[in-house]
Every structure is written in C-alpha cells, then in structure tokens.
Design a protein around this ligand. Structure first.
Ligand code: DC
Length: 268
C-alpha cells in the first residue's frame, strides 16, 4: 500500500502516463499503417449471407476506405423494376426495363445508404420480396453493364472496398486485394433469418434457406459474369469466426500485401 499521499499522486500520475502512451502508440501505429497503404481497390466476393458487407464495412472503417455495396445496386434495380411493373411474379422481365434504366438515379449517401433519387430505399431493398427477384434481374446483361458503369463512377477516386459476386473477376479484375467469402449453408441461412427477424419481418427458416440456395445457384450459373472465385483471391470461410477474428485476418492480409506484416497463409 502507498501511505504517503504525494507518493500516491505520483504513482497515479505515472500510471496515467503509461496508459495514455499505450493508447497514443496504438493510434499512431494504425495511422502509420493507414498512411502507408496507397489508393487501392479491395474486392470482397462470395456467396449470399457470408457477411461480405460486414467485413467490407469493417475494412472501410478500420483503414479509411470508401465502402461500396454492389449487391445493393442490383437490389435497387429490382425494387425499381417491381415498382414500375417491369418484372412479373414469374420473373419475366419486360424489355422496357433497359430504356427505363436511363432515367434511374441510384446512388449512395454517406454511410453507404442507397438512395433512389431523394428517397432512402435501404430498408425496402432488404425485404424477402426484393430478395426473391434480385437474382433474375442481376442475370440480365444490360442491367449488369448499367450497374458496372455506376460502380466505376462511384469508385473513381481513392481507396475503395467493394463487395459483390464478380468484383474481383469482372468489375475490378485488377483489384490489388481480392477476398472470396464462404460459410456453411445452414450458418448463412441462420444469419439471414436472424437479420430479417431483427428488422421486424417474420421469415420462415426453410424459405430463407431455399431463397439462399436458389440465389447461389442462379448467381453461379448465369452466363454473364457468374459468381466464382478469382484465381488470385484469398478464401475466407467464416463459419466458425466472429467479427474480431475476421478483421484481424483482413488486417494481416492488408498489412502483408504492403510489407507491413507477414502475410497470412490464406490462399486455398
Ligand atoms: O449481396 P446481396 O445479397 O445484397 O446481392 C443481391 C443479389 O445481387 C445477389 O443475389 C446477386 C446479385 N449480385 C450480383 O450478381 N453481382 C454483384 N456484384 C453483387 C450482387
């Protein structure tokens, strides 16, 4: 015990200095890392509900990147087609959609919140109604070309992390870092189910699983730009991982790429 009050104050002061120095050093180390990372593109592709957007957001926050969600763009086009009556319940798409797209304004507000004109459509594009028709819409070549043009415009400057299905293979084949995410189907379906419940929906687990499998199938088998792993992508199976493990993995990958740390042994 420290009985002398002066010694006690000196002790508290020294302890405070130590804690503050450790805090300062960790900030400086992170800033140093951020400053040494050049303007690059990181592509995060993978199956539905593997947590691509969560990882991409974490990377964006952690390393000061702009985050772009390409799936949101396909969802936005789907909502638009539904509202304009250009897609039937049997997924038949009216060819008038191609011309109609020229008048469509989809863009991200800060925080990667998708807007259709002035309208925030972030909630509407995540419903089962949109999920059930987005893959047929995303398989249409002129829709893909339209979305790709927008993505390139949005990513014109700076460091960008973008998630989707074909970012590392088609949209940004020269992306400096490519990540391909996967997880067991039942884990993915549970995540999606929980997400829908947290948003106030009442999903049926079997339907969520069916929708997931259907989307995986359509996304992987379409003619234009199918979902597949780029040969130079690092594979991340996060079935048993939490957010902290994932960001540590990504940090290792990014630092390793720029010689800031040993690269993880991640290519499958
Ligand atoms: O990531 P997500 O579930 O929000 O994507 C919605 C749909 O959009 C998905 O079923 C496939 C499609 N998509 C695509 O074809 N290409 C991309 N780059 C991103 C998404």
């Amino acid at each position: 015990m420290i009985s002398n009050p002066i010694a006690f104050y000196i002790f508290v002061w020294l302890a405070g200095c130590c804690i503050f120095s450790v805090y300062l050093l960790s900030i400086l180390k992170l800033n140093h890392t951020i400053m040494r990372i050049p303007d690059i593109t990181i592509a995060v592709d993978g199956y539905s509900s593997t947590g691509k957007s969560t990882l991409a957001r974490l990377i964006a926050q952690h390393f000061d990147f702009l985050y772009l969600d390409s799936g949101a763009m396909y969802r936005g086009v789907t909502l638009f087609a539904q509202e304009q009556g250009l897609i039937a319940p049997d997924n038949t798409i009216d060819p008038a959609l191609e011309a109609a797209l020229e008048g469509l304004d989809l863009h991200f507000a800060p925080g990667t919140i998708l807007h259709m004109g002035e309208r925030n459509i972030e909630k509407e594009i995540r419903t089962m109604e949109v999920s059930s028709q987005v893959s047929p819409i995303a398989a249409v070549p002129y829709v893909r070309a339209w979305v790709d043009r927008r993505l390139h415009d949005f990513a014109a400057s700076g460091r960008v992390v973008m998630d989707g299905r074909d970012i590392g293979t088609t949209v940004f084949p020269n992306a400096e870092i490519k990540i391909f995410m996967t997880a067991r189907p039942e884990v993915r379906a549970q995540r999606r189910f929980d997400e829908l419940v947290s948003k106030g929906e009442s999903p049926v687990f079997e339907e969520v699983m069916k929708n997931l499998q259907e989307r995986d199938y359509i996304d992987s088998h379409r003619e234009t730009s199918p979902l597949r792993r780029a040969e130079d992508a690092f594979v991340l199976d996060n079935s048993e991982m939490g957010f902290t493990d994932e960001i540590a993995w990504a940090e290792g990958l990014i630092r390793g790429k720029f010689g800031l740390l040993d690269a993880p042994d991640a290519i499958a």
